[in-house]
Design a protein around this ligand. Sequence first.
Ligand code: 13P
Ligand code: SF4
Length: 330
Amino acid sequence: MDNHTLKKEILKLKHELHVSIVAHFYQKDEVFELADFSGDSLQLAQWAAKDSNPYLVFCGVGFMGQSVKILAPEKRVFMPKIACCAMARMIDVDYFDQNVAILEKAGIKKEDILPVTYINSSADVKAAVGKMNGYVCTSSNAKKIITKALESNKKILFVPDRCLGQNIAKEMGLKSCVVGDGSDPKEADILCYNGFCSVHQLFDVDDIAFYRAKYPDILIVTHPECKPEVCDLSDFVGSTSQIIEYVKKLPSEQKVAIGTEYNMIKRLRQENTYVLSSSKPECPTMNETTLQDVYNVLLSIKEGRFENEISVLEETRKWAHTALNRMFEL
Ligand code: 13P
Ligand code: SF4
């Protein structure tokens, strides 16, 4: 089937089966256009958990579909491709426990550590964090969650994105370190796990220097998964939806260079908009989902095969829900 026919068939099946489709901003255009709702990680989880349709097709990466299942266990959640965010894959429960053990060896008691996990992590990691009374955060609310977590007077173990942890620490005037990098964790307030997003690592201070030299009035806008030195030199740092909101308010003649995923940048603004990198910042996992996959998953619902359904063990779900819910309560 060509793309036009596929789209028509998808819309027909979606209507007939009472399915909602949501898509993250990084999805391919043809998939993104089909969505009933699109947003950043926080907005997607909130919208999807409240949606009244019994079936949800989530176009994004694995942890996003899992988050909906954790929040709304009665909903049947499907993903056209169960593509796992490369950063989320950098940490599992064993690595989490290993980090806690390293901190204990360095003289920090387990009861003096409060974990906060970025939503880009598996249900298992969220559950481990929930068991230690910790929180989940997203790029749009990390500062608020960490502020709350610090009221406990404990050290924050931030997983898995070291850049987000370091960026928030800097913004709040706090000290951070990367666990296991040789520095003394007793000196730091935020102890970061050594994970990162390879897409956002592409943006560098040299790219900023290049654009500022070429267009002295240009604005530099980046996602907090970028390196701290890049965020330091940016005019605005925010989650995907915060970037969209910021750029949309700019006058059309204002030049802007953006450091985040390519699909989102190219859809955002046609003129005076630049990608803050000489190589194309494409997220391989976000780009795995195709129109054919969306069609296939809908057909499998119709035929009762229910392929690519997201499931989370009840014990894991319960603890992961505790950690996610602490974020929503704020
Ligand atoms: P947002 O929550 O800002 O949409 O970020 C998700 C993500 O994976 C960015 O790389
Ligand atoms: Fe994960 Fe990075 Fe892709 Fe976001 S851009 S989904 S953090 S790999």
